[in-house]
Design a protein around this ligand. Structure first.
Ligand SMILES: [Zn+2]
Ligand SMILES: [Zn+2]
Length: 412
């Protein structure tokens, strides 16, 4: 996936080292898939994310006992954990060079269920420490991977190394996609790092302020840490899989895991807690522009309509802030539907992709104008990505979405 790969990236260097296209990917949170639409260089850039200055897997093993201790360096707080409902917590990922997904945390009567595991073991180790320090002493018993993307699964192994029994749950399709793509995409992200570091060094040379130089140095530190972090990458395949539904029952509350149809990938699952009216959605519904690179644009709105039948108040997406009503969910649904309609019409009229991207401006999209969706996206993308200087325009991300809809229009 070249440009489209894995990047909710954000190394937005002000343009001089980055081509337009890869800014688009960053903006559209195209972090995860990886097709072949761009140059190798773009690919590298897209995959570049930030890594925690943190422990490698081996170091994690060494420090395993330390995870239980309360003392943690301040810069280790990679997540902002907030209570969403009784026993339900939303861990929002802070910006990092190599992006992390958010996590949903469910504290049950005797243990904890965590939804999604970030882009690297050190980030998962960090949230394990934060849960102990800020939420509960109960052990994490289940990790649910909403889908196969690298920024939601590469940290799984840290949970396996905590010493207590952990099962990994995903849809059968997600397991299949992990078997097929997880290692290749991890390698692609790893192989991309030297080029990304080089680009950041060049940017530092041309930097116009000490602050920008410091930013570059920090980005490089994170990239090097990411290399160490995934050097001994161990793929944790799901230990529990299901096709349609799986129930985690507990005296505290129930968690319903459901596949409602294809959307962001072929295997996305939603985690719904009826008693606490909370829903974890992965990247099928989140607070950034959707990533459609591995997606099913025609089916996606219908999948959201299915999950929308549930009675929930708090929606915990894979990126962006906690959503406390259905506004953004509806905006995202309508945006994807509008893109499909317009790209389909453009294809019928014989337009090229470039022509469609020129016509399909942010200003021309009804869905962007309704309920403040455009402003919301601009704020959340800027707040969620490590960057120095202005973010690229939202149109870049929309153009990436148009290209993905164009490519994936008839996937079913
Ligand atoms: Zn994803
Ligand atoms: Zn993601």
């Amino acid at each position: 996936m070249c440009n489209h790969g894995d990047a909710h990236n954000h190394n937005h260097v002000h343009g001089h080292h980055h081509v337009h296209g890869d800014q688009a990917h960053r903006l559209s949170s195209n972090h995860d898939s990886g097709r072949d639409r761009g140059s190798r260089r773009d690919f590298l850039r897209v995959l570049m994310g930030g890594a925690l200055a943190g422990a490698s897997v081996l170091e994690l093993a060494y420090h395993r006992a330390a995870w239980a201790r309360a003392a943690t360096p301040a810069d280790d707080d990679l997540f902002k954990i907030q209570k969403a409902a009784e026993g339900v917590y939303f861990a929002q990922a802070r910006p990092q060079t190599v992006i992390n997904c958010n996590a949903a945390i469910f504290v049950r009567s005797k243990d904890v269920v965590v939804v999604d595991a970030h882009s690297k073991p050190s980030a998962a180790a960090s949230i394990i420490r934060q849960i102990k320090r800020e939420v509960t002493d109960k052990p994490v018993r289940y990790v649910i991977n909403t889908h196969f993307h690298w920024d939601h699964t590469q940290g799984d192994h840290a949970y396996a190394m905590t010493g207590s029994k952990v099962d990994f749950i995903a849809s059968s399709m997600t397991k299949h996609l992990m078997e097929e793509f997880a290692v290749a995409r991890m390698k692609a992200s790893r192989d991309a790092v030297p080029g990304q570091i080089e680009a950041m060094r060049k940017r530092a040379e041309g930097a116009t302020s000490e602050a920008e130089k410091a930013f570059c140095a920090e980005e490089i530190r994170h990239l090097e840490a990411y290399q160490a972090d995934i050097k001994d990458y161990h793929l944790e395949l799901p230990t529990i899989t299901f096709d349609k539904s799986y129930l985690l029952a507990d005296p505290a509350f129930d968690l319903h895991l459901d596949f409602h149809g294809r959307s962001h990938t072929a295997g996305d699952v939603f985690v719904y807690c009826p008693q606490q009216r909370a829903l974890a959605t992965g990247d099928a519904i989140h607070g950034w522009l959707p990533n459609i690179a591995d997606g099913y644009p025609r089916l996606w709105p219908g999948t959201i309509d299915e999950v929308a039948k549930a009675d929930f108040k708090n929606l915990m997406g894979g990126h962006g802030p906690l959503q406390v009503d259905r506004t953004v969910m509806t905006c995202q649904r309508n945006y994807i539907e509008e893109l499909v309609e317009r790209v389909e019409a453009g294809k019928k009229a014989g337009q090229t992709l470039k022509e469609m991207q020129a016509r399909l401006t942010v200003a021309s999209l009804k869905s962007m104008r309704s309920n403040g969706y455009q402003g919301f996206l601009e704020r959340t993308v800027a707040a969620g990505n490590s960057h120095f200087g202005p973010m690229p325009p939202l149109q870049d991300g929309v153009n990436a979405n148009i290209a993905d809809v164009y490519k994936n229009l008839d996937r079913a």
